[in-house]
Ligand binder design. Structure first.
Ligand code: TAP
Length: 452
C-alpha cells in the first residue's frame, strides 16, 4: 500500500512518510483488541493503575521529543506543544486513580441484597482530529483504558506522528500491545471500520459536525455508544463594566492560539456598544503584538495553518469584499501562514459571524444590553464554550446560565482543565470528556440482586 507524506506546515517540507492501515488490517487490529479484552479487564485494579502511571512517566520523560514532533508535524508553537504533551501525562496520571475507585452502590431493596457494578465495554475506537493530536487522543484513551477497555486509536491523516510515538511509549511501559493500538490511515477507511465493526462497542470522535453526524448515524444502526466533540462558534462577551484593557489584551489569545484551529476559539467578540470604539482601539495593538512565525522559537505565539487546503478554506472568508478592520503580521514564503485578522460583519447572519472558520479570523459585533448579549451568543447552532467579561458578579452568573454552551469562563479564556468536564451543547457534541465522571462514559452499569 502506498505511504502518505507528512508535511511540516511551517516549511511545506516532507517530515516523514507513514504507511496507512487498510480496512483488512483495521479489522485484524480490532479482532486482536477484542481478544485482548478479557485479560486486560481482569488485571488487578492496582496493577492497571501502576501501568497507567508508568505510561504517564514515559510520556513525561519524552516531552521534549513529543513536543518537537508536534512542532514539525502540526506547526504548533514549542510552548503549546510542551503543554499538550504534559496534558497527556496529567490525564493519564489523573485517570490512573480510577481503576481502584470504580466502586458500585449497595442499594437497599426488599427480599435481598442489591449491588451495582461498573463493567468495561470492550473495544473502544478513538478518532482524533489534526488540531490537538495529543491531548484529544489522551482524553479518549486514558479513561477508556483505566475502566478496563482495550483501545484502537486513529490519528488524523495530517498529524499521525505523536500518536504513533504514544503507542510506542505505551508498549515500553508494559501496556500489552493489543490493548492499545495506533492505526494511522484514512477516516473513510480506518475510522469507518470503527463505526461499522460490531466488536467496537464505543466510538469517541472529535472533529467536524458534518462527519460527527455521519458517525452518529452509523453508530445508531448498531446502538453503538458514541461520544462526540464537534465544532464551535464561541462568543467572547465584553460588557462596558469589564476591565477593558485586560479583555482587549487577552482577546487575541482567546482566538488566535493554535492559529484559531481550536473548537473553543472565541471567534465572535460581542462588545457592549457604549465601549465598542474604545475596545477596538485597545484591540488593534494587541493583535499587532501577536508574534507569528517559526514555531520552534520560544517567543513565537502563533504558527501556520495546518495545510494548503485549510489555508484556501480560511482565505475564502477574507476576500476583497470582507469587512476587515485590521490585520496583524505573518511571514511570507513557504508555509501556510495567515495573519491574525479582525473583521466587523454587519450582523450575525454574515458567514464571518456565524461559521466556524477554524482559522485566525475574529468577528467583532456590538450589542445593546444583557438580554441582547445572551440572545446573540445563542444565535448559533453550536454550543461549546465562551467567555464573559464583567466586574458584576450577578451579571456574570445570569449570563453564564443563559448562554447555551458547555464550557464558560468569566474574565478568562480558558476552557480545558482536565479535572473538569468538557463538551458541547446543541450541535457541538454529545457527552462529556475529562473530569471525575468521564470514566462512566466507558462503562456499563450492571445491577445484581441476590435473593436472601
Ligand atoms: P474531520 O473530517 O471531521 O476529521 C476528523 C477525524 O475524523 C480525522 O481523523 C478524520 O480522518 C476522521 N474521519 C473523516 N471522515 C471519517 C469517516 N467517514 N468515518 C470516520 N472517521 C472519519 O475534520 P477535518 O477535515 O480534519 O476538518 C474539517 C473541519 O472540521 C475544520 O475546518 C473544522 O471546522 C472542523 N474541526 C473541528 C475540530 C474540533 S476539535 N471540533 C477538529 C478538527 C476539525 P482523516 O484524517 O483521514 O480525514
Amino acid at each position: 500500500m502506498t505511504t502518505f507524506e507528512v508535511i511540516n506546515p511551517a516549511t511545506e517540507e516532507v517530515v516523514s512518510s507513514v504507511e496507512p492501515t487498510s480496512a483488512e488490517e483495521t479489522d485484524a487490529a480490532i479482532a486482536r483488541a477484542h481478544a485482548a479484552f478479557p485479560a486486560w479487564r481482569a488485571v488487578d485494579p492496582g496493577d492497571r493503575a501502576r501501568l497507567l502511571r508508568r505510561f504517564a512517566d514515559a510520556v513525561d520523560a519524552d516531552i521534549e521529543n513529543l513536543a518537537a514532533l508536534e512542532v514539525a508535524n502540526a506547526g504548533h508553537t514549542i510552548g503549546n506543544a510542551r503543554w499538550e504533551a504534559g496534558n497527556v501525562r496529567d490525564v493519564l496520571t489523573y485517570y490512573s486513580a480510577s481503576p481502584e475507585r470504580l466502586s458500585g452502590k449497595q442499594i437497599p431493596v426488599p427480599g435481598g441484597v442489591n449491588m451495582t457494578f461498573h463493567e468495561p465495554l470492550g473495544v473502544v475506537g478513538v478518532i482524533v482530529p489534526w488540531n490537538f493530536p495529543m491531548p484529544i487522543a489522551g482524553w479518549g484513551f486514558a479513561p477508556a483504558l483505566a475502566a478496563g477497555n482495550t483501545v484502537v486509536l486513529k490519528p488524523a491523516e495530517l498529524t499521525p506522528l505523536t500518536a504513533i510515538r504514544l503507542g510506542e511509549l505505551a508498549r515500553e511501559s508494559g501496556i500489552p500491545e493489543d490493548v492499545f493500538q495506533v492505526l494511522p490511515g484514512k477516516g473513510s477507511v480506518v475510522g469507518q471500520r470503527f463505526v461499522d465493526h460490531p466488536a467496537v462497542r464505543k466510538v469517541v470522535f472529535t472533529g467536524s459536525t458534518e462527519v460527527g453526524k455521519q458517525i452518529m448515524a452509523g453508530c445508531a444502526a448498531r446502538v453503538k455508544r458514541v461520544t462526540l466533540e464537534l465544532g464551535g462558534k464561541n462568543a467572547n462577551i465584553v460588557f462596558a463594566d469589564a476591565d477593558l484593557e485586560k479583555a482587549a489584551a487577552t482577546a487575541p489569545y482567546g482566538v488566535f492560539d493554535n492559529a484559531g484551529q481550536d473548537c473553543c476559539a472565541r471567534s465572535l467578540i460581542l462588545v457592549q456598544s457604549s465601549v465598542y470604539e474604545k475596545f477596538m482601539e485597545l484591540l488593534e495593538p494587541a493583535v499587532n503584538g501577536v508574534v507569528v512565525g517559526d514555531p520552534r522559537l520560544e517567543v513565537t505565539e502563533m504558527g501556520p495553518l495546518i495545510s494548503a487546503g485549510h489555508h484556501a478554506k480560511v482565505s475564502s472568508y477574507v476576500d476583497d469584499a470582507a469587512p476587515v478592520a485590521f490585520r496583524g503580521n505573518a511571514p511570507v514564503g513557504p508555509g501556510y501562514w495567515f495573519a491574525p485578522t479582525v473583521v466587523t460583519p454587519p450582523d450575525l447572519r454574515h458567514p464571518l459571524a456565524s461559521d466556524e472558520i477554524f482559522g485566525p479570523v475574529v468577528a467583532v459585533v456590538p450589542f445593546a444590553d444583557e438580554t441582547d448579549a445572551v440572545t446573540m451568543a445563542n444565535h448559533t447552532e453550536y454550543g461549546l464554550s465562551g467567555s464573559i467579561w464583567t466586574r458584576d458578579v450577578g451579571r456574570a452568573f445570569r449570563v453564564a446560565r443563559g448562554v447555551e454552551a458547555g464550557n464558560l469562563s468569566v474574565n478568562s479564556h480558558s476552557s480545558v482543565r482536565y479535572w473538569t468536564p468538557f463538551g458541547g451543547f446543541k450541535q457541538s457534541g454529545l457527552g462529556r470528556e475529562l473530569g471525575p465522571d468521564a470514566v462512566d462514559a466507558f462503562t456499563e452499569t450492571k445491577n445484581l440482586f441476590i435473593n436472601t
